[in-house]
Design a binder for this molecule. Structure first.
Ligand code: XMP
Length: 611
């Protein structure tokens, strides 16, 4: 692209550790652009970076796991810093030793041996965060030990917690500076990119707006943009950017009611765009019938996602024809994780297909017909950008809502229990696992999507019953995942007794079922707002599954409040018991509801959405 300002940038090599995205975000906080790259990328892909950070990994360097990555990266003439697995790979490559053992978990004190630009501005002892089975026990000839850790007063030192070679410009930290528990981790990362890699800190939000405006003008030329505006934060911020770059007369907005929106959502979206001054070329279409038609008879989660993604494009194209604007570019509010999760990494692709990355859109992208100004950003950065552009705070901090909407929260079934035999084997195992906690548990005859060791899983949830405090429930939930296979979610029964019969019913995506889910979701959201908890919780899907309990009602309702930072990982949010009691009374009183449960699952092994 012409006229683009140059930014120094850092490559973060993602070995599949949980925190690669966090590393990239922390580099950007130092106002240096960071991009995620894969360990098998070619050396040409690494051209133009002023430094490289190697992330951690679930693999064990001591056993040579994940050993076939492109080690030519280590011969590139730029500084390289590794964390955990990355640290161990650097040690090994340059003649050091790594053993399986000397593990450390949680907080440790890093004792820094001497003044060094990596540790500029820090104390001699710094709190760091550890999570490793493998350890470096020796370094090659050009390397020195820059720091060791102590787990507490009088404990034996854990050597080689920080290593480095100033001659080779290779460094390694056994700890994770990217997590907040390493108190001054941000400073260490900034020290690497600014002091060692000598990057110019030019990547600021203000400069980002200016550059994107220029870039949009260059890409669009004399043409115009037709943007799908869901009312979510990403497409709304994208709309503001397009309007700034092109003027609202060259921006057409289309809001599609796909029948999978929340209660009264579309009315609110139309109002929002009026309020933002973007109501001029705003078009609205109620395409509920087209979406429900495409979803008819579809049960498998990926088939539903594809049907929804394809229908968006069909509706978009037919509206473009009707308005005579077929030649406009398709604008999308795609953000970085959408790209990286669906297309950017081999593994994540198998978990879920994001609605803005279905094959038709991939073809349009290849043909240059799509424009996505936020494709480099994370959600937190999109929010920062939106605030800079004057979008109201309440809009910016709305909970994320998935493109396929309630379509991935309303489970469908042909009424046939898959893996009936496996379910029968799981049942005694979960009972045994829960007895020590004084809880009872039953696996349910449905399946949902989860993610285990970076792979998609499609497995049964377990319903747990009994009174216990949150810590016990969390421990019980963790125990089930550790001891029983074939389970990827745990639910806590919110009704008064453990049901004795569960029947999977045949159910498809119908308007009546969607209306019932909309009502349950409305009660949940209203409860969060009334208890002033909306801002505390990152997202809260409400899910319906067609399971009849004790011969009553057709739908089991599940609440899934979570805490998360970037949606890559999540933990169940703990809601106050009075709110849960209110929800039990109001939701179970709705006609058609057979029971209510609370999803206790973290991500992994569950995903945030059920499908
Ligand atoms: P999962 O369920 O994979 O979701 O843990 C992570 C986050 O992504 C949202 N999500 C989507 N957002 N299009 C979107 O724009 C999609 O197809 C999609 N699928 C999931 C989900 O709500 C959560 O915040």
């Amino acid at each position: 692209m012409q006229n683009q300002r140059h930014h120094d940038k850092i490559a973060v090599v993602d070995f599949g550790g949980q925190y690669a995205h966090l590393i990239a975000t922390k580099v950007r906080r130092a106002e240096v652009l960071a991009e995620i790259r894969q360990p098998e990328d070619s050396l040409e892909d690494f051209a133009g970076y002023k430094g490289i950070i190697l992330s951690g990994s679930p693999a064990l360097a001591s056993f040579g796991e994940d050993d076939d990555w492109n080690k030519g990266i280590l011969d590139l003439d730029v500084p390289i810093l590794g964390f955990c697995f990355g640290h161990q790979e650097i040690a090994k490559h340059y003649g050091g030793t790594v053993i399986n053992g000397k593990q450390e978990w949680g907080h440790a004190d890093l004792h820094i041996h001497r003044e060094h630009p990596l540790f500029a501005g820090l104390e001699k002892i710094e709190q760091v965060w550890m999570s490793h089975f493998d350890s470096v026990t020796g370094v090659g000839p050009d390397f020195e030990e820059l720091g060791h850790t102590l787990l507490g007063e009088g404990s034996a030192p854990h050597h080689f917690a920080a290593i480095g070679s100033d001659k080779l410009k290779r460094y390694g930290f056994q700890f994770h500076p990217e997590v907040d528990d390493t108190l001054h981790g941000d400073q260490m990362i900034a020290n690497f990119v600014l002091n060692i890699c000598q990057c110019d800190p030019s990547w600021t939000m203000a400069s980002y707006v200016d550059e994107q405006v220029e870039k949009i003008r260059a890409q669009v030329g004399d043409n115009s943009v037709f943007l799908l505006a869901s009312g979510g934060v990403d497409s709304t911020v994208a709309a503001k950017l397009f309007a700034e770059a092109l003027g609202s007369e060259r921006l057409n907005l289309l809001h599609v009611d796909n029948g999978l929106m929340r209660k009264d959502e579309s009315t609110g979206v139309i109002q929002l765009f009026e309020d933002l001054g973007l109501g001029e070329n705003f078009h609205f279409i109620d395409a509920t019938d087209a979406f429900l038609g495409a979803l008819e008879g579809k049960i498998e989660p990926e088939a539903k996602r594809r049907a929804i993604g394809d229908t968006f494009i069909e509706v978009f194209e037919s509206e473009a024809r009707r308005l005579g604007i077929e030649d406009h570019l398709l604008g999308q509010g795609t953000i970085y994780p959408d790209t990286i999760e669906t297309g950017g990494t081999k593994r994540a692709d198998t978990i879920k297909t994001h609605h803005n990355r279905v094959p038709i859109i991939e073809e349009m992208i290849a043909a240059g017909k799509v424009i996505e100004p936020l494709a480099d950003l994370y959600k937190v950065e999109v929010r920062e950008l939106g605030e800079k552009m004057g979008i109201p705070h309440d809009m910016i901090w709305r909970h994320p809502f998935p493109g396929p909407g309630l379509g991935v929260r309303l489970l469908c079934s042909d009424g046939q229990v898959e893996d009936g035999d496996a379910l029968a084997t799981i049942a005694p195992a979960v009972t045994d696992a829960m007895t020590p906690f004084g809880l009872t548990a039953v696996p349910l005859p449905i399946k949902s999507v989860g993610v285990k060791a970076d792979l998609r899983s499609y497995e049964h949830p377990v319903l747990i019953h009994g009174s216990a405090n949150w810590d016990t429930l969390a421990e019980a939930s963790g125990t089930i995942f550790k001891t029983v296979t074939g389970i990827n979610r745990t639910l806590w029964n919110l009704t008064n007794k453990m049901p004795s019969s569960f029947k999977l019913l045949a159910a498809t995506m119908t308007k009546d079922r969607l209306d019932l889910l909309r009502e349950c979701d409305h009660l949940m959201m209203d409860g969060l707002r009334r208890h002033n908890l909306y801002g505390e919780v990152w997202q809260c899907p409400t899910v319906l599954v067609p399971v009849e309990i004790d011969g009553e009602g057709r739908e089991l309702c599940i609440l899934r409040p979570i805490h998360s930072e970037r949606a890559m990982t999540a933990t169940a949010a703990r809601l106050p018991l009075p709110l849960l009691a209110e929800l039990r009374d109001s939701i179970t009183a709705l006609p058609g509801i057979s029971g209510l449960a609370y999803d206790l699952t973290s991500k992994p092994p569950g995903t945030i959405e059920w499908e």
